[in-house]
Design a protein around this ligand. Structure first.
Ligand code: AMP
Length: 586
């Protein structure tokens, strides 16, 4: 994944020719997606001809002699759809040091950690030079579209919140870390700064210890930390020192090398912070970075709940939603940076991977099995997708993944030339289910949004949330955990709880609540800092802040223990209550 938490200065760009070239070549390939995709697949297969995984399905077919169209048909009929568990044994052998052609002809020397299709557990996918190159390409393409509306002056600076995990070694001696971590230590990251003529503020030593924040969550996290630590920061600026919180020696050295006492700036920032504090930090970004032109980060999907807070900090500075991809492959670019994050779509880049789409239909009304969240049709190629239809994305990549189900649900919103523009809907996995009810992350998000509207009327705000389907007690029921900021009376929270329970529109849930085969929704208010503890738990277990996404539903016993120990108030929904009473009276 790519660095994306970026604030860019209000400057001009003389990079016009580069931008024109990169946009023209994208325009060209997006006109002929069918033939481009056929060609990409044949390139992937030629590159990895004879690798063990492909041989298993294609045998000794001499694909080099075959026509690209025939190869595409053969490939999709002989190679089965796979999920990460199917590929795991092959990837494990690579991690253990086997160097033969297992998934790719080129030996894999680096593995990336992805949150992809499996949840809560480390998952490796191969990372190659191609991965870093496509990152550079999509970054340049997105930057070219952005600079049409928000031009950047040559030499402009980016405030990037860069966090990361350490690169480790696997048993077999391969480098392992998050894709962002690999990217920041790659040549391509340096090239990107040159090409887009905008440079990060931090010295390399800082970046290579703590690598990028891709998702909006980390911008909010950085500014809420600033709310608490601004006095320390002002003191450091005043004295030219560095707080003792920063412990890594080479990072201290690098930063101390470039700072010197600046009492004048410190008192200016101090005054601004005093004012901001009285405004509940509304407008922090334009106040402290008056030249900031926009805030750039992934703000769609599970990042949407952080938009409200981000908008408060930005107070009118445009929020530009960053592109769509995964550790497995980059997928689509945001061609219209002026759109609000709620309306952003991603145009698929047909040269990055071979994409297939599994049509998904909601069986909610007709299907009683809670395991099967959607009904599926056969996968179709990129060139055949239809507007308005939902799909799961399937990837065949240059890095050795073949017909790999990514686990993301997208909807085709329209087309750019011949390439589809996708709406990110949600992760495919059902997250809340007790019996016949089925609710996805998106369903939960909408419900929480309804509840938190009541909260904001009471001058409080939702900091973060998660949920759990409690099956240990009968009848099973949903528990939603909220961390909130501000004082709120019980009446308001009771109302929030009732509203959320009543807002789940899933037929299975509504029926089960009416018949009490699912109990009243429980709202647990956790003490401030609880979600930080959850983040710390994930980071301690190898996740990187840059790719962290708060799990919106959890069965993880450690997380549940943290949540339950930190619960300070509990409410049970009264929705459906009157309905049952009326029934009893009759
Ligand atoms: P990871 O591989 O850990 O970086 O996570 C990749 C996943 O993050 C994707 O499969 C999506 O579910 C999600 N994601 C990435 N980019 C976006 C985006 N622009 N909008 C919404 N979700 C995204």
């Amino acid at each position: 994944m790519e660095p994306a938490a970026v604030i860019t200065n209000n400057q001009h760009n003389n990079n016009g020719k580069n931008d024109f070239d990169i946009i023209s070549s994208f325009e060209e390939v997006s006109k002929n997606v069918g033939s481009v995709q056929t060609l990409i697949l044949s390139q992937i297969l030629e590159l990895n001809y004879g690798v063990e995984y492909l041989q298993k399905w294609l045998g000794d077919l001499n694909i080099q002699e075959m026509d690209a169209c025939a190869l595409e048909t053969l490939f999709t009929s002989l190679v089965p759809l796979a999920s990460h568990v199917d590929l795991e044994p092959f990837i494990q052998r690579i991690a253990d040091g086997e160097t033969g052609p297992i998934l790719t002809q080129q030996p894999i020397t680096t593995l990336s950690l992805s949150s992809g299709t499996t949840e809560g557990r480390q998952k490796y996918v191969p990372f190659t030079r191609h991965s870093a190159q496509t990152t550079l390409q999509i970054y340049r393409l997105a930057a070219a579209y952005r600079s049409r509306v928000y031009p950047i002056r040559e030499g402009g600076r980016i405030l990037e919140f860069i966090y990361g995990s350490k690169q480790n070694k696997t048993e077999g001696g391969l480098i392992a870390g998050t894709a962002t971590t690999h990217y920041f230590s790659s040549e391509e990251f340096k090239i990107k700064q040159e090409m887009t003529k905008s440079f990060t503020c931090s010295p390399e030593e800082v970046i290579s210890e703590f690598i990028t924040s891709t998702f909006a969550y980390s911008i909010v996290q950085a500014f809420s930390t600033f709310e608490e630590l601004w006095k320390d920061i002002c003191n450091d600026i005043k004295e030219g020192t560095l707080s003792r919180r920063i412990k890594l020696l080479n990072m201290r050295k690098a930063v101390l090398n470039i700072i010197s006492p600046n009492p004048c700036l410190a008192s200016k920032i101090e005054a601004a912070c005093h004012e901001l504090q009285s405004l509940n930090w509304f407008g922090l970004i334009p106040k402290l970075w008056p030249n900031a032109k926009y805030v750039y980060s992934i703000m769609t999907g599970s990042m949407q709940p952080y938009l409200k807070k981000l908008r408060q900090y930005a107070n009118g500075v445009p929020l530009v939603s960053a592109d769509y991809g995964s550790t497995e492959s980059w997928i689509g670019v945001n061609l219209d940076p002026t759109l609000p994050p709620e309306n952003v779509t991603f145009a698929v880049i047909p040269t990055f991977s071979y994409f297939e789409f599994i049509p998904l239909y909601s069986p909610k009304q007709h299907c009683s099995s809670a395991i099967d969240d959607f009904m599926e049709d056969d996968p179709i190629p990129l060139s055949q997708v239809k507007v308005g239809q939902e799909y799961e994305i399937v990837l065949t990549t240059f890095t050795g993944l073949y017909r790999y189900k990514l686990g993301d649900v997208v909807e085709v919103a329209g087309f750019h030339n011949g390439t589809p523009k996708l709406n990110f809907i949600c992760r495919r996995k059902l997250i809340l289910t007790v019996n016949i009810d089925k609710n996805t992350e998106k369903d939960l998000q909408l419900v929480v949004e309804r509840g938190s509207q009541i909260l904001s009327k009471a001058q409080a705000e939702l900091v973060d949330f998660t949920s759990h389907a409690d099956l240990a007690n009968q009848p099973g029921h949903y528990v939603i955990y909220w961390e909130i900021k501000g004082e709120t009376g019980d009446k308001v929270l009771e109302e929030c709880c009732r509203e959320m329970d009543a807002s789940f529109v899933d037929h299975g849930y509504v029926v089960s609540r009416r018949t009490n085969s699912i109990g009243p929704l429980e709202l647990c208010i956790v003490e401030r800092g609880t979600f930080k503890k959850i983040l710390d738990y994930f980071i301690a277990n190898g996740s990187a802040l840059s790719q962290f996404k708060t799990p919106r539903c959890t069965n993880n016993q450690v997380i549940l223990r943290i949540l339950n120990l930190c619960t300070i108030r509990r409410f049970h929904s009264t929705a459906y209550y009157t309905m049952r009473l009326t029934k009893q009276n009759n």
